[in-house]
Design a protein around this ligand. Structure first.
Ligand code: GTB
Length: 217
């Protein structure tokens, strides 16, 4: 069955793989599933046809036969459950723990990381910008301290690479343009290890090709 996802026609990240279609592409690559991409503009995303797929008018979405899904975390979980690719352990307890890490990535670590990148774009000219940035960086450090302690010198969060690692790394990648990740050598190495995975590389190249095509090169 053909899988079709949506992604930005022109991603504001200029091909850096930071938009949330990247995690879906990566999961599909890990699972060895071919997919089509429907590129949407900001205008198209707010039209009824797209709102029927994604009530908040955002990307990514995922269509497979009569299934239409939104929310990148739910999509990655679906891919892991239906298409495998070793994204979830076979044993029930390991599987539950991997899913807990998926939630931790999206619900515990991503909020301060997302607020931080948003502040750097939208609040740069505010008189309170430096204070806000400092507060957000401290919120991020609080999470990274714990994550770094948990990871220790392991390769992945809980045994073998899982959808939990895929989402956690997707979130941490947003910190690359700041220096915060460098304060945690084991987390920086964790991110690099994930980026070296062939499935990540294929997904990254695919979204970069969209950016190059849109910018005429
Ligand atoms: N919770 C939803 C999910 O996980 O699927 C959130 C989806 C979401 O935030 N989508 C964003 C979107 O469609 C794109 S990824 N925004 C348009 C809108 O809301 O109108 C977020 C994103 C955007 C840009 C960058 N960047 O330029 O670096 C990075 C991430």
């Amino acid at each position: 069955m053909t899988i079709t996802i949506t992604a930005f026609e022109r991603s504001p990240d200029r091909g850096r793989g930071l938009a949330r279609d990247m995690r879906v592409r990566w999961a599909l690559e890990e699972a060895g599933q071919p997919y089509d991409v429907s590129l949407v503009s900001f205008e198209t995303m707010k039209q009824p046809a797209h709102l029927a797929r994604q009530p908040f008018g955002q990307i990514p979405t995922y269509e497979e036969g009569d299934l239409s899904l939104f929310e990148s975390g739910a999509i990655v979980l679906h891919i892991a459950e239906r298409h495998g690719g070793g994204l979830l352990p076979r044993d029930a307890n390991g599987r539950a723990r991997a899913i807990a890490w998926m939630f931790a990535a999206l619900n515990t670590v991503e909020p301060p990381v997302f607020d931080h990148s948003l502040a750097r774009i939208l609040e740069r000219n505010e008189p309170w910008y430096e204070q806000r940035l400092h507060a957000l960086e401290n919120s991020i450090r609080k999470r990274l301290d714990s994550l770094s302690t948990h990871l220790g010198d392991a390769d992945w969060l809980d045994g073998a690479f899982s959808a939990g690692d895929l989402l956690m790394v997707s979130v941490l990648l947003r910190l690359k343009s700041s220096n915060i990740l460098d304060e945690y050598p084991n987390l920086a190495a964790y991110v690099a290890r994930a980026e070296a995975r062939p499935a990540y590389q294929r997904a990254f190249a695919a979204q970069l090709a969209v950016f190059h095509a849109a910018s005429g090169g």
